[in-house]
Design a protein around this ligand. Sequence first.
Ligand code: CTP
Length: 397
Amino acid sequence: TFGQFGDEVGLNVYVVGGFVRDLLMDNPSFDIDLVVERDGLKFAEHAAEKLKATLVKHDKFLTASLFFNGRRVDVATARIEYYEAPTELPQVEISTIRKDLYRRDFTINAMAIKLNHKDFGLLLDFFGGQEDIQNKKIRCLHTLSFIEDPTRILRAVRFEVRFDFTIEEETERLMREAIHQGYLEKVSGQRIRQEFEKIVQEIKAVKAIKRLAEFDAIKRTFPGTFYTATMEEKLRALFDFLPWAEKHFGQVDRFYSVMFVLLEYHNEQLLNEIKERYGLSLKFLQQLKLLKKMIIPLSQMIKLRMNFSDIYKVTHDISPEGFCYIASYLEPDDQEYLKQFLERVSTVKLTISGKDLIDKFGLKPSKKLGEILESIYCAKLDGLIDDSNELEYVKSL
Ligand code: CTP
């Protein structure tokens, strides 16, 4: 259909990048990136109308995004260089899409498939992307690739680990050179953070972080972070716990939960620099400060299987990401105990309210009421009482 829309407005349309790569690798892919020659905006407007899609345009960049049926399609423009116009038209076309592809990160991401009716399905692979998929190689397109866009250093590792490929030798050399020349520090924190957020979503995230550390890319991006065997163990434990936590809490910010592990030993000054660079939230810094003091005693309490109520009393203010950080200190069976605790905290509810205490027991509104309610709640957490004997318990207090 996109090819047809292209034909209707007389523009050439290609699907490019990750979609083509995933198609050739037999992986399902959801995002579609289109490149349209000359005028992506005109194409996007037409397609949006036909599909009744929501259109978001970025006129400055000649790009647009279409949203429909829960899908997203990004449209970019490949501009024809006019000095080439006098040559034969098909040649101009090829050089235009070729240039667009040449600006991309790796050969496996630099292929296109034409969608117009004429030539539908034609694969354009100028730089050996298919061969690199065959040989499982991540290869950049030119020597300045990592200098022009240092976030590609993180991307190379992400794709290498995700697909079980290897970074090709010369590419690795260029990567190391860019890293040691300080190019990671030259990119905005926001762009690094974006790539890092994608890494922590990967199935083999820990492997990717380890690999980045081998490239010295971790201490370059988060100054003061030294990747050690202990840190790796904590990351492993954290990522073992995350899927459960995501189900339990509905949502966990993986990026922040990893930040706890990477930044736990940082001093105030380094922490502040990193906060500024990556726009870390104040709430995270407060949690980190709190947990730095509590992590050892708290993990000890869990290992000793102390009562849920004792744990509850000191974990009131801890965020879901904070609990994941605590889990990074725990062995599997201790993590199980933490899960039971969190399960219990979220299911135990009081049937009695402060108003009941006033109405039924003639108590006066005061701070004491809150304390009584909490002690009932704690007794319930520990399984000492249940809904049926809350009232009796109050009388016994
Ligand atoms: N790209 C690039 N350099 C970057 C980012 C992106 O060349 N720093 C190009 C690549 O051709 C890539 C495409 O833009 O394939 C789309 O980028 P993105 O959506 O970030 O990645 P995908 O390849 O689609 O990977 P994923 O499967 O993780 O979405």
